[in-house]
Design a binder for this molecule. Structure first.
Ligand code: F6P
Length: 337
């Protein structure tokens, strides 16, 4: 008999079944909504210029980034998938200044979803990796319309996190708090199929990813670590390092899940006041949960990302150092010197 493999939906239903009668099916429905958004985005990203989705708009998001056409389309696809099915109670997105309440009269679910609908979107126009990142929290029980405060919770409270990488193939990588699993989109049947069960990040690595053009703005611990990597076998780290920069966090973290490595976007002189470059709620926290669940580590250099105290701003920023456990610990040690 020809077999199709385990689809993402059947995998999630199975996971929920293990919870016995505690699972209502709502969480499965929510992940299904997210999957539908990601399939819609994958379809357009894959068509590229044929679908007329390249290029920029005239608007900027709250961070002052010029919004690409596809940023807005991906954002709309996420909102459309999430706000109509009664699985979600509130939405926060990189592309929205404020958290979004669901329209009057729409059924409310028990979950909050934060997302970056198109991470690394400057890669869109050059036909390189882009992705979506999402994080799921429990919604407060007593509120029709959750506020920014309700989204401002430490990463340890996430109940699920994932990303969808739109690369040569599209892949959904997901954790619900018991390991990390990867699913590849089979475009013939339109389903994500389990291809990378129980993903684990090797503890050791000699590959790092950092935007080295920012070197002059870095703090001393990062400057010293990278200088030591560049010295290779002759330096204090005693081995030859390789460097990569995809310029889309989803691509970097996916590479690290597949073969190890560390990804750094540290605080620097330009972004110090803002607290870093990457966003805590929909970049740092979900990726930190995935990386830790795959056996890696995620730190600001001074503390575990998942324990960073949120400040009430859905667009709060955070310094990021994550990937292979032993290498992250080495970099943290540079900060403790
Ligand atoms: O905004 C997030 C992001 O696009 C990440 O996905 C990526 O790692 C980083 O910014 C790229 O930054 P830079 O512009 O410094 O290469």
């Amino acid at each position: 008999m020809q077999e199709m493999g385990t689809t993402l939906s059947s995998f999630i239903i199975d996971e929920q079944r293990k919870l016995g009668n505690k699972a209502s099916g709502e969480f499965t429905g929510l992940l299904n909504d997210i999957t539908i958004a990601c399939k819609g985005i994958a379809n357009l990203v894959n068509k590229g210029d044929l679908a007329g989705v390249l290029g920029v708009t005239e608007s900027e998001n709250s961070m002052g980034d010029v919004q690409k056409k596809m940023d807005l389309i991906a954002n709309d696809l996420f909102i459309d998938a999430l706000q109509n099915n009664g699985h979600c109670a509130g939405i926060a997105s990189e592309e929205l200044d404020e958290v979004l309440s669901l329209p009057e009269g729409k059924p409310r679910g028990h979950y909050l979803v934060t997302f970056d609908p198109l991470d690394g979107s400057s890669n869109m126009d050059i036909n390189m990796d882009v992705g979506a990142i999402f994080s799921i929290l429990k919604a407060p029980e007593d509120k029709e319309n959750p506020t920014a405060e309700d989204f401002s919770r430490p990463g340890t409270e996430q109940i699920a996190a994932g990303y969808c990488l739109y690369g040569p193939s599209s892949m959904m990588v997901l954790t619900t708090g018991s390991g990390v699993n990867g699913f590849t989109l089979c475009t013939s049947i339109g389903e994500f199929i389990l291809t990378h069960p129980n993903m684990k990040i090797p503890e050791e690595t000699s590959e790092y990813a950092i935007n080295a053009s920012n070197q002059r703005f870095w703090e001393e611990p990062i400057r010293q670590y990278v200088a030591d990597c560049v010295e290779g076998e002759e330096g204090p780290l005693g081995k030859r390092y390789n460097m990569r920069w995809v310029a889309a966090m989803v691509g970097e973290i996916h590479r690290i899940l597949c073969r190890g490595g560390v990804f750094l976007y540290p605080i620097d002189d330009r972004n110090r006041e803002a607290g870093g470059k990457l966003r805590l709620l929909y970049e740092g926290n979900p990726m930190a949960m995935i990386v830790e669940q795959a056996g890696g580590a995620a730190s600001t250099g001074y503390e575990r990302i998942l324990e960073v105290a949120p400040n009430g701003d859905p667009h709060q920023r955070v310094p990021v150092i994550m990937g292979s456990k032993n290498e992250v610990e080495k970099i943290v040690a540079y900060h403790n010197k």
